[in-house]
Design a protein around this ligand. Sequence first.
Ligand code: FAD
Length: 391
Amino acid sequence: RDDLAPLVIIGTGLAGYHLAKEFRKLDQTTPVTLITADNGTSYSKPLLSASLAHGKTPAQLASSSAETVAAELNVDILTHTQVTEIHRTQQTVGLVSHSGSIRAELRYSRLVFATGASCSALPAIEGDGHTNLFRINSLDDYGRFRTALANRKRVLLIGAGLIGCEFANDLIQAGYEVDVVDVQPWPLATLLPEAAGRDIQRALEAAGARFHFGSGVSRLVRKGRGVVAQLQDGRKIEADIALAALGLTPNTGLAAAAGLTVNRGIVTDRALRTSDSNIFALGDCAEVDGHNLYFVAPLTQSARALAQTLSGTDTAVHYGCLPVAVKTTLRPTTVCPPPADSEGQWQVREHPDGVSARFHGPDGQLLGFALTGNAITERDQLVSACRPLMD
Ligand code: FAD
């Protein structure tokens, strides 16, 4: 290993910056270089789907510039720079500047992937309305959406999952007309049992949102400055602007091209180590001991463990029970989804003001839960009772 070469982190999202911060708490001298394809602005991504209610513009969501973070943490940050290849035997990464005019190689002592995820490919949607269709997974994406939203009134949301419902909640409270389309039968259908999903639906409908379930958008055509969406079952919805929230796919191409083991995400063990013992991964791009989790809590825990490992004490991450607060403020909701492919079933109790649902495995063990309305007061008790994601 070349100890004079820096620790290189690809990505300056929450994963890359959390790791750099945690590492600097333990090691103030090892050189660290972060590389990002974007401008390196530090911001809280979860606020993107709650910023209208907070009265924030995209610029106000930026907490620090890359220069400020670099000075605070004593690290180098290469912005507008894409990592295009990795040469594992030479321990170098190949870089290309945004304009494509500058190419360079950088040596690393250890390398970390914090490359995040991208919006999943859209299902086939015909028509010429795509210029009015937005996707949001970064502050830049959100800035473009907010610019297009100016002086518009009607928003079509494609996808009633967690992010789609959060945007519906935010837009409706800011005075927009909101239609939400999903092929699934109720909101957050992949995470919540029907009673809990319907409870959120009722609260958003009471505020004016309109839901259209059981059919996807097959055509999106321009009409004046807006669009008309045609659903597979023939229904038509007019809107000024459309926003698709259809899930994420981890950015694994660079790792796969470098010969690292990749499954849905970049495969790591519990020490966040990939199939190359000198290369690590965390955040949305990583599949940690079989878990692909696109949330902040697992990446902050991963950053703490990985900082220890990188500063000399091999440390495994331990995911406990990780509930997520869904930002549907019109109907407060907390969900701790059971691990993917778990066997078991939901037991649902409907209260006068909320739903409490528990997912039990065949042996009666609590594997997950979902709480809406006043039932969210049960959260702490269920967190203690729930089986941790990693034993
Ligand atoms: P990203 O933020 O995607 O960062 C990836 C970085 O990698 C970027 O800097 C990018 O430029 C860089 N990069 C990628 N490839 C290259 C390359 N080849 N060369 C150079 N740079 C590269 N989670 C919660 O827990 N609670 C919430 O309430 C919540 N709300 C959310 C709301 C929205 C609207 C969204 C989109 C997500 C939300 N999440 C929430 C999820 C959470 O925000 C993400 O899990 C987290 O931000 C992922 O961070 P990351 O650093 O792994 O990835």
